[in-house]
Design a protein around this ligand. Structure first.
Ligand code: SAM
Length: 429
């Protein structure tokens, strides 16, 4: 098919129409005239396609800087778009999601500054920003990025996102075919590598279909697996301001080196702008090792007033152990469990910070947060569709968005991070 898609989709594709059907075209930039090939026609309302020839290229098309992506890896899926324009496309996706899923009117979005220049960079040129990455290990024992399509491993071609040197010399390591390799650069730039044993194989089942098999493979990969330290230590030190955390190499820490500090500053600035923390009780939900707990404590006195206690909730016991070690003498309490259950027993908060995974927080958690009646909620989201849905759920509970910001925390990819501050809707502007 030949078409000219005209807007960006949340997954990085360009969206067009042909014969009344929506077409998601990957590897195309909105505005380009492309010849595309259908890759999935199983849905009634839309078709998935990939550009095979760019007939009229966008002025924003650039030569790919990522060698791995050029050779078919799925790492840097927007590598063919200039970084400035990629940010504009991400801003358009945010505006679209907030309007369609979040129910925000055009006037409210304009008031909140949702515009094409809203996505801020984290002080980089788009390469060498990543301090944590996960690779696959191919049948030949070589580590590389996962292929964009199919289950292959692209070895011998480095991704442009990790910090310089993080991926060098991996071919010298003796690795287990079928396993995964997690590579981390710590606060000093030293490298730590842990191998995860191959996941249990997924049995053959004719009834499952391609989609079901892919889901089964994902579930198997998420199961706990044996770990082996290959280089460095099992935990890596990360610093934000004056605090240092020892985070397991296979645990969670923000991928972009600047993200923890920038998000922390953003969260406390939003809390201050929304009126501070009252008598000083903060919930840091999906708090991991407590980056936002640290930011609120650091800002105490200066911006947000005294913080009496921060309650960090997370389902990852190792992250909470790291938090306990870092906050040994500070008013931080950790709570292990699912947020929906663990948050119900906590003392009443003035401020709630939520930073859920890509699935978002969802109705149950948002109900618990709203019932606790905080003065300020700061919601951090890495999937813009779920983020918009969560803001709509907060609106149903009487909270309105006071401020919204977005960061290009995953340059060269379609991903974007958004942060919103919410206050009770009855409070005057
Ligand atoms: C995006 S990370 C944020 C971590 C932390 N705020 C940070 O910036 O380092 C999401 C966190 O949510 C945790 N998590 C995921 N699902 C959860 C759930 N249902 N209940 C509690 N924690 C959960 C993960 O373990 C992870 O630490």
């Amino acid at each position: 098919m030949i078409l000219r898609p005209d807007r960006p989709a949340n997954g990085g594709e360009a969206v067009g129409r042909l014969d009344g059907r929506v077409v998601f075209v990957r590897d195309a930039i909105p505005g380009e005239l492309v010849r595309a090939r259908v890759v999935d026609d199983s849905q009634k309302r839309f078709v998935r396609a990939e550009a095979v020839e760019i007939l009229e290229p966008s002025p924003h098309r650039v030569d790919p800087v990522c060698d791995a992506a050029r050779h078919g890896a799925g790492c840097c899926d927007l590598v063919y778009v200039s970084i400035e324009h990629a940010r504009e496309l991400k801003a358009a996706v945010i505006g679209d999601a907030l309007a369609r899923i979040g129910g925000f009117g055009a006037d409210v979005l304009a008031d909140l500054g949702v515009a094409r220049d809203m996505v801020a960079g984290l002080g980089d040129a788009g390469t060498g920003w990543r301090v944590r990455t996960r690779l696959g290990i191919g049948a030949d024992g070589r580590a590389g990025m996962h292929a964009r399509h199919g289950s292959g491993i692209i070895a011998g071609h480095e991704c442009a996102a990790p910090e310089a040197g993080m991926l060098s010399g991996l071919d010298d390591l003796e690795l287990t075919p079928g396993g995964d390799l997690v590579v981390v650069a710590d606060m000093n730039g030293d490298r730590h590598i842990t191998e995860l044993a191959p996941p249990r194989p997924v049995g053959r089942s004719g009834r499952r279909g391609a989609r079901g098999t892919a889901q089964a493979v994902r579930r198997r990969r998420a199961e706990p697996r044996a770990q082996r330290v290959v280089v460095g230590a099992a935990a890596a030190a990360h610093r934000v301001g004056g605090r240092v955390w020892q985070i397991p190499v296979t645990g969670f820490w923000q991928a972009h080196r600047e993200a923890p500090a920038v998000y922390g500053q953003t969260v406390v600035a939003m809390i201050a702008a929304a009126g501070g923390v009252g008598r000083g009780l903060v919930w840091d939900l999906y708090g991991g090792a407590g980056v936002f707990a640290g930011a609120t404590l650091d800002a105490a006195g200066a911006q947000v007033g005294a913080v009496a206690a921060v309650h960090v909730v997370d389902s990852d016991a190792a992250a909470l152990a790291a938090a306990e070690a870092t906050f040994a003498d500070e008013p931080v309490e950790v709570h292990h469990g699912e947020v929906s259950a663990a948050a119900t027993g906590l003392p009443t908060p003035d401020v709630v910070i939520l930073d859920p995974p890509r699935t978002g927080a969802g109705a149950a958690v948002i109900g618990v947060v709203a019932d606790a009646d905080p003065d300020v909620i700061v919601h951090v989201g890495c999937d813009i569709g779920r983020f918009a849905r969560d803001l709509a759920l907060f609106a149903d509970h009487g909270y309105r968005v006071q401020e919204i910001r977005a960061f290009d925390a995953f340059p060269l990819t379609h991903h974007v991070e958004a942060v919103a501050a919410l206050v009770p809707a009855h409070r005057r502007r």
